[in-house]
Design a protein around this ligand. Structure first.
Ligand code: ATP
Ligand code: MG
Length: 493
């Protein structure tokens, strides 16, 4: 039995305890409550029904813990926090107070869930959130521990590299996705201050090796994860650069083409002006030299000198004619032509030339090449110029390959390749410029390619040149199958 003093102390303890202690009768009536509970639920709670006090209901709850305790005679634990007025999440225990064999009443006692448990739950929630965040990131994310084992591999990484998440997590090593020694190089850069703060790497362009061994260019942001200043893992965020690089290349090509077109247009005007200015005095020089020869009794030496004047002025006329050809704009008569046949005819004419004696000619023609609207005479001039250049570059020995093909629905492509000395990188940007030549003085005018460029451009097409990976160079002519509209018309010269 408890002494009075003991009872008083216990009572005082219950009263001062910072927990809710409420006694409830089997008829749902609050029979007693400590100070803490009264402060929370109202000083007048004793005598009221529990469902009204705790849950603001007009009748017993559907899942009444009291009924459960009365029926089972066992304590029951409930987690509260799902009612609006219960701000804190807490556990509430209901347990019976026996009177003989029957429970006389029930005690409702609240207590906090264990602190660690709460933290764990919060941690779980936050981990799940981070996991979702990483998995749904547009950027690919890969993390690996110090041994190279993959710890994180999100969906975007799986899409770029072609490995499934399971494959990556179970059997992939971080070194497998970097070609050669790249993984090692990246670690070196991460640890140094070469690319910014040590431990971090920003917008670093590198290649990854996909499952099918394709090399994928990426932009990588990576960092080392430290724990107590020890490296424990690395994490990389990256995105695929294939589209960006393709766009950059197209943009650069467009820029070069625009530049080339603008340059050609300006030079064309200048050339036309100069050619017309030179043509008249040149006519005078030829005419009067001719008169000198015909109307005067000249000695042999003088005749030879005048003949020299005539020959040189003829060369000047040829150059002027080429210049006028170069300057000519929108001046061709287009009709659908079979380009395979046109190239064959040009080759047939050239084959007999001494320079082609030791040159093997290979034709790789598309037999179903559609007809192309063009001025055949002008295009033959283009083929002739390019093929002669090729023969000259091969110095009379090698293989000339001419191929034709259809590109997409709207274009045909003619590629003329040689196995010659190729074009020096510093010369390449200038070869289409009028008067640009690497031949010795008097051997070439340097107008051949500029005229060819102009003709192809007037047909709405494009002429480009590049060095072959093995030997020699190639010239690529692309022409539209449907008339461009531009350039079709009457001769204006
Ligand atoms: N197939 C080729 N291989 C290597 N270099 C070439 C080739 N075709 C052209 N070139 C370079 O481009 C320059 C310009 O060519 P272009 O046809 O305009 O003039 P050219 O051949 O020098 O003179 P011309 O055509 O008046 O005889 C050449 O001098 C040469 O350096
Ligand atoms: Mg030439």
């Amino acid at each position: 039995m408890l002494s009075e003093t003991e009872k008083n102390y216990l009572l005082e303890t219950v009263e001062t305890l910072q927990r809710e202690i409420v006694v409830i009768s089997p008829s749902f009536e609050v029979m007693a409550a400590n100070r803490y509970a009264k402060d929370k639920f109202g000083q007048d709670m004793v005598g009221q029904s529990c469902y009204e006090v705790f849950f603001r209901r007009s009748g017993p709850c559907n899942e009444c813990p009291m009924m459960h305790v009365l029926q089972t005679d066992k304590p029951q634990e409930k987690t509260s926090g799902h009612f609006d007025f219960e701000e804190d999440e807490k556990n509430v225990t209901y347990y019976p107070i026996q009177s003989g064999d029957c429970p006389e009443c029930m005690v409702r006692l609240d207590f906090d869930p264990p602190k660690m448990g709460r933290l764990e739950k919060k941690l779980q929630l936050s981990n799940a959130f981070l996991h979702n965040l990483i998995m749904s990131s547009v950027d690919a994310v890969i993390a690996a521990d110090k041994t190279g084992k993959i710890l994180i591999f999100n969906d975007a990484a799986a899409k770029i590299l072609g490995y499934s998440r399971e494959e990556a997590l179970n059997s992939l090593d971080i070194r497998d996705i970097y070609p050669g020694d790249t993984a090692h190089e990246i670690m070196g850069k991460l640890r140094s201050d070469e690319c910014g703060e040590p431990g971090k790497l920003a917008a670093y362009r590198v290649e990854l090796l996909a499952k099918d061994q394709e090399r994928i260019p990426i932009s990588l942001n990576a960092s080392i994860i430290y724990e107590n200043s020890h490296e424990v893992a690395t994490i990389g965020f990256f995105h695929d650069l294939r589209e960006t690089i393709k766009m950059e290349k197209e943009l650069e090509q467009t820029r070069v083409q625009l530049f080339q077109s603008a340059k050609m247009a300006a030079l064309g005007k200048l050339a036309a002006g100069v050619a017309h200015q030179i043509n008249n005095p040149l006519g005078g020089i030829s005419l009067f030299a001719q008169l000198l020869l015909e109307e005067h009794e000249l000695n042999e030496e003088a005749r030879e000198d005048v003949q020299r004047i005539l020959d040189d002025s003829q060369r000047c006329r040829d150059t002027v004619r080429e210049l006028l050809e170069f300057a000519r704009q929108s001046s061709y008569k287009a009709k659908p032509e079979d380009l395979n046949q046109a190239i064959s005819r040009t080759l047939f004419l050239l084959e007999k030339h001494a320079i082609f004696q030791n040159i093997t000619i290979r034709k790789a023609f598309d037999d179903h090449l559609p007809y192309v609207p063009c001025d055949l005479q002008q295009l033959s001039h283009v083929f002739m110029n390019i093929i002669l250049n090729a023969a000259e570059a091969m110095e009379g020995e090698g293989t000339l390959t001419v191929s034709t093909s259809q590109v997409g629905e709207d274009w045909v492509r003619i590629v003329i390749s040689d196995t010659g000395h190729g074009i020096a990188e510093d010369v390449l940007p200038s070869i289409f410029d009028p008067f640009f030549t690497t031949k010795e003085e008097g051997k070439g005018t340097g107008l051949g390619l500029s005229v060819a460029y102009r003709i192809v451009e007037n047909h709405g097409g494009l002429l480009t040149a590049y060095n072959n990976p093995d030997a020699g160079s190639s010239f690529c002519i692309e022409l539209p199958i449907t008339p461009s509209g531009e350039g079709e018309g009457d001769e204006d010269e």
